[in-house]
Design a protein around this ligand. Structure first.
Ligand SMILES: [Zn+2]
Ligand SMILES: [Zn+2]
Length: 657
């Protein structure tokens, strides 16, 4: 019998008979499959070559893929059991779950999903083994005689879907199928050993989907589900979903009256309401003050420009797909700007520049317009009009390193001020096709790397993934529920200074080309706004809250006192609001909590008599009879410090009511 050599996780190498399966070689506790030379493989499928063999745990990214795909089979099996004649199309794993597409006469209802889930539980309890078989193409076509979608896959020889593995020499190999019980699916595998190894799953929803995503093909019913290695992991996931739903900025935007997307304007184009506009102003005020301190000059540039500008910049060549169609005016074609860079360059180029003026840092809240397909626009996080906190820095070669280091420090300071604390950087380096000279790329990449290291940021290098004209740093943050967002970008451009023939006169009196850095810290105000709302679940810190203090007089006779308190707060530069509606006190407090006002003051007889206030925070903590002066001083200090959450002042001395 032919022998093969297998290398096991403990480093040992064994001689075994060809056809030995991983299950015979490994401790399979907690494993859903094996990795054979790194490739997922059934635990019971024989190995026919020398290979490294290790277990693939369920609790891993790849392990969950196997688990979820196996759950998709069970889903299709349950559907064909319950709806005889149902045609099943494809059922791949997707992020956090799986789906399966079915051709059925009637769309599935929520009750249907319940029934299907019930049938799946029975199949799981039966512990049906998944068995792999390989068939010839003709046998495959015969086996799936009643399943037109499977036949189509076999006929189109889609290797990824188990149809006709390519053989050396180009011949078409066998079709692989997996059976459990009487049910069979065309599939490349691998699968869990038996259905019992799907410990936790849930069907989530149903949606229409065209076969092959093609609107001219039949519309199918797509059932989405999720599957996990344990009930606890499933519960965690469902909790995360609930949290994400609770924090959805589109919902919060409506509930808190911050912004909306009028259909009269068009998708991806929001209007900000007074409260949203105020938050936006506070973000911008802070950013402007920081840029002023950082030695930036403020410029302003228009939203349209003639095609010639974008021809020179090259945008009409490599960025045209993201630009809106042109407008014809007086014989010229005008475009909405997709980026601010060419405009800032014209400011730089408006006269001769000397090395004494560098670094020149030009800043603008510039609104750019990019075509996003209606299928991908999403609330504020993916819009068609993007306001960037955009700057372009022109500097000498010698200044590059220091500029980048101070820029990255600026980025982190800004993000921390907004309560984001967990960062990761990604350094994208020179791709195979690039413009500029390699030696300058090396210098820029080294300067970017030094900046990341000086900032003490964890980072990964995306080798060769820079744009053709620039290496860059992307800063990613994690929000309060662990989601990762890409926000800030720093980029060193090797194309535009050349295309626009930028220069400055050096100390040597000769002409030189400046280095150019693009950078945006928020990235886009709209997107950052959306992320911030989700990060804080709408409960913005006191300095950003549109209403900072909600005053709730207990009865009408406390209204005059409430007005007095509100005036005091306003004088101190704070944003109070009195609820003088006729509702009950508890209802008003509840409303203020729903509006996520950080400090809620309930004012009654005792407070009025003592010149005091009773404070409640959103986390439920409260303090009664706090002196008004002490309260004003405390809130003013928290706002000035840009505290990331409201707090109560430290305990006052004993004896105070
Ligand atoms: Zn499969
Ligand atoms: Zn730019």
């Amino acid at each position: 019998m032919r022998q093969i050599q297998v290398k096991l996780p403990d480093g040992s190498v064994r001689q075994v008979a060809a056809g030995t399966a991983p299950a015979e070689l490994l401790d399979t506790t907690g494993a859903v499959a094996a990795l054979v030379d790194g490739e997922p493989w059934d635990l019971h499928r024989g190995i026919d070559r020398d290979a490294t063999v290790e277990p693939l745990p369920a609790a891993s990214e790849q392990g969950r893929v196997v688990l979820r795909h196996s759950a998709a089979h069970v889903l299709a099996q349950a559907v064909t059991d319950l709806y005889p004649g149902a045609k099943y199309a494809i059922g791949p794993p997707v992020e956090d779950g799986f789906y399966y597409d079915f051709d059925v006469p009637e769309p599935f209802t929520t009750e249907d999903l319940g029934r299907i889930e019930g049938r799946m539980l029975e199949i799981v309890a039966e512990g049906q083994p998944f068995r792999r078989e390989e068939l010839s193409r003709e046998e495959g076509l015969r086996l799936f005689a009643d399943q037109p979608y499977k036949r189509e896959i076999i006929e189109s020889v889609d290797e990824a879907e188990g149809a006709g593995l390519r053989l050396p020499g180009g011949a078409r190999g066998p079709v692989s199928v997996y059976r459990n019980d009487g049910w069979v699916d065309l599939c490349r595998g691998p699968h869990v050993p038996t259905t019992r190894e799907i410990p936790a799953f849930r069907l989530m929803r149903v949606a229409g989907a065209y076969w092959r995503g093609d609107e001219s093909r039949p519309q199918l019913q797509r059932i989405y589900g999720t599957a996990w290695e344990s009930e606890a992991a499933l519960a965690d996931y469902l909790h995360r979903l609930e949290e994400a739903e609770r924090r959805d900025h589109r919902r919060l935007g409506l509930e808190l009256d911050l912004f909306h997307f009028p259909s009269e304007i068009g998708g991806g184009l929001p209007v900000f309401h007074p409260k949203g506009g105020l938050i936006r102003k506070l973000m911008e005020d802070y950013s402007k003050a920081e840029h002023e301190r950082g030695g930036y000059s403020f410029v302003w540039t228009p939203h349209l420009a003639k095609s010639t500008l974008f021809e020179t910049s090259g945008h009409l060549g490599w960025y045209a797909e993201s630009m809106y169609p042109p407008m014809e005016m007086e014989g010229a074609r005008y475009y909405l700007k997709p980026m601010n860079c060419p405009f800032h360059i014209l400011v730089y180029r408006s006269r001769g520049r000397s090395y004494r003026e560098l670094p020149m840092r030009l800043f603008e809240f510039g609104t750019v317009y990019r075509f996003e397909r209606s299928g991908v626009i999403h609330g504020l996080t993916r819009v068609r009009g993007i306001t960037q906190d955009d700057a372009h820095i022109f500097c000498t070669r010698e200044q590059l390193g220091e500029e980048l280091a101070s820029l990255l420090a600026f980025v982190l300071r800004l993000l921390r001020t907004f309560g984001l604390e967990e960062f990761e950087a990604e350094l994208a380096t020179r791709p195979d096709k690039f413009v500029g000279n390699p030696e300058e790329w090396d210098q820029a990449e080294a300067a970017l790397r030094d900046a990341i290291e000086a900032a003490g940021l964890p980072y990964v290098v995306a080798e060769g993934e820079g744009a053709f004209y620039a290496p860059k740093i992307d800063v990613h943050v994690r929000d309060a529920i662990g989601r990762r967002w890409q926000l800030s970008t720093l980029q060193v451009d090797f194309q535009l200074p050349h295309r626009f023939e930028l220069e400055y006169t050096g100390a040597d009196n000769a002409r030189h080309q400046p280095f150019m850095i693009h950078r945006a810290l928020f990235g886009s105000i709209e997107r950052f706004f959306g992320i911030l709302l989700e990060h804080y679940a709408g409960a913005l810190p006191p300095w950003l809250a549109p209403v900072q203090v909600q005053l709730v007089p207990i009865a009408d006779r406390h209204l005059a006192y409430a007005t007095e308190v509100a005036d005091r707060l306003r004088e101190a530069g704070l944003r109070p609001e009195i609820d003088d509606s006729s509702g009950r006190m508890q209802a008003k407090v509840r409303d203020a909590q729903l509006a996520k006002v950080p400090y809620i003051l309930v004012l009654g007889d005792r407070d009025q008599a003592a010149g005091a206030v009773s404070v409640r925070l959103l986390d439920g903590s409260e303090r009664r009879g706090l002196g008004l002066d002490a309260f004003v001083e405390h809130v003013t200090a928290e706002v000035a410090a840009k505290a990331t959450a409201a707090s109560l002042p430290a305990e006052v001395e004993a004896g105070t009511p």
